[in-house]
Ligand binder design. Structure first.
Ligand code: NAP
Length: 342
C-alpha cells in the first residue's frame, strides 16, 4: 500500500461522507490526494479538506483509476455495483453498507475487536452495522472476561443513522410544532412524514429497517449475525428490538448479557476500564451515565448503568452509547484504512 494513498470518498455529500472527510483530516490520515464522489446531483459542489476546496465529481465506472483506498457510504446498491469495479481497478474498498458484510470472502472489522482480520481482504473490507459496532465496544471486553453466550437488547437509534434526509425530517417537524405554538397535547402534526412511516418528532418508532417473516427486522438480526463474525463466536445469540427515537445524533443500546462464567461488578468494571475506545461513565448517585448529547462528536463510546442482571444467572446489564456517524461509520472506516497502512 502506498504510504500516502490517494483516497476516494464515495457518497461524500452524505451524513457519513462529510464525517469521513473530517475524520481523515482530524486524525491526520496521510492522504496523498483526495477525490470526492457522489451522484450527478452534487457534481460541482465544493467541500473543504484541510482548508482547501475539493470539487465533488460524479461517480462513474472510471472513477477509480489511480485510487488506493475508497471509503464507500452511498448505500447498498451503489456498493454492490461499484465496489467490485473499484477493487478490480486495484483499490481497497472500505464499505459502510450492508452489501458485503456477511460475504465470507469479505472481512467485517471493528479494529478494537478484530483488526487483524483486515489482512485477509481481497479488495473489499466491510464496516459493521452501527448499532452492532457500538454494542461490541462494550460487549467484547466483557466477552473476553466472562464468555458471552447471549444478549437481550433494545436500541435507541438517532435519525442521522438514516441519513441527511431524516435529519431534515426531524428538524422540519420540530419547527412545524414550535412555529404553530401548539399545546403539548397537540403533538400530532398536519404534514405527512416522508422518510419514516410515521411522525418521528415527539414519538418513538419500534421499527428500524424492514420486517422479516420471523417478526424481527433486518436491523435487529445484524447484532447476532455480524456479532458472530466480528467476535469469531459462531454460538453468540442476540434478541434485539431496534427503536428509532427523536434524537439527532448518537445511538444508545440497553443490553442484558448472559455469560458462561460468573460475573462480578468489580471484574466487569476492570475489563471495561481498560477497553480501547471506551469510556466508563457510571456514577448513578451523581446522575452520571452515557447519553447521546454527551457522546455526539466523540470518537469514544461510553458505557454505564452497570448492574448484575436480576433475571439472568451470570448476567450483566449495561447501557452503551456512541456516535453512530463516527464509531458506527466514518471513524471505524478510517481506523480500518489506518490498519491497512500498518
Ligand atoms: P445519506 O446522508 O443519504 O447520503 C447518501 C450519499 O450517497 C450522498 O453523498 C449521495 O450523494 C450519495 N449517493 C446517492 N445516490 C448516489 C448515486 N447514484 N451515485 C453516487 N452517489 C450517490 O446517507 P448516509 O447516512 O450518509 O448513509 C450512507 C451509507 O452509509 C448507507 O449505506 C448507510 O447504510 C451507511 N451507514 C450509515 C450510517 C449512519 O449513521 N448514517 C451508519 C453506518 C452505515 P448526493 O448528495 O449526490 O445525493
Amino acid at each position: 500500500m502506498n504510504r500516502t494513498p490517494h483516497v476516494a470518498v464515495v457518497g461524500a455529500t452524505g451524513a457519513v461522507g462529510v464525517e469521513m472527510i473530517e475524520t481523515l483530516e482530524k486524525r491526520n490520515f496521510p492522504v496523498g490526494k483526495l477525490t470526492l464522489l457522489a451522484s450527478a446531483r452534487s457534481a460541482g459542489k465544493k467541500l473543504k479538506f484541510k482548508g482547501t476546496d475539493v470539487t465533488v465529481q460524479e461517480l462513474t465506472k472510471d472513477s477509480f483509476q489511480g485510487i488506493d483506498i475508497a471509503l464507500f457510504s452511498a448505500g447498498g446498491s451503489i456498493s454492490k455495483e461499484f465496489a467490485p469495479i473499484a477493487a478490480a481497478a486495484g483499490c481497497v474498498v472500505v464499505d459502510n453498507s450492508s452489501a458485503f458484510r456477511m460475504d465470507p470472502k469479505v472481512p467485517l472489522v471493528v479494529p478494537e475487536v478484530n483488526g487483524a482480520d483486515v489482512k485477509s481482504h481481497q479488495g473489499i473490507i466491510a464496516n459493521p452495522n452501527c448499532t452492532t459496532a457500538i454494542t461490541l465496544m462494550a460487549l467484547y471486553p466483557l466477552h473476553q472476561a466472562f464468555g458471552v453466550t447471549r444478549v437481550f437488547a433494545s436500541s435507541y437509534q438517532a435519525v442521522s443513522g438514516t441519513g441527511a434526509a431524516a435529519i431534515e425530517e426531524l428538524a422540519r417537524q420540530n419547527r412545524e410544532w414550535a412555529g404553530q405554538n401548539r399545546a403539548w397535547d397537540a403533538a400530532r402534526l398536519d404534514s405527512a412524514p416522508s422518510v419514516y412511516p410515521h411522525q418521528i418528532a415527539f414519538n418513538v418508532l419500534p421499527q428500524v429497517d424492514s420486517f422479516l417473516d420471523t417478526g424481527y427486522t433486518k436491523e435487529e438480526m445484524k447484532m447476532e449475525n455480524e456479532g458472530r463474525k466480528i467476535m469469531h463466536h459462531p454460538g453468540f445469540r442476540a434478541s434485539v428490538t431496534c427503536v428509532r427515537v427523536p434524537v439527532f445524533r448518537a445511538h444508545s443500546v440497553a443490553v442484558s448479557a448472559e455469560f458462561s462464567r460468573p460475573v462480578s461488578l468489580a471484574a466487569a468494571r476492570a475489563a471495561l476500564a481498560q477497553a480501547p475506545g471506551l469510556d466508563v461513565v457510571d456514577d448513578p448517585a451523581n446522575k452520571r451515565y452515557p447519553m447521546p448529547l454527551d457522546v455526539s462528536g466523540k470518537y469514544n463510546c461510553a458505557v454505564g448503568r452497570l448492574r448484575l442482571d436480576c433475571a439472568l444467572d451470570n448476567g450483566l446489564c449495561f447501557w452503551v452509547a456512541g456516535d453512530q456517524l463516527l464509531k458506527g461509520a466514518a471513524l471505524n472506516a478510517v481506523q480500518i484504512a489506518e490498519e491497512l497502512l500498518k
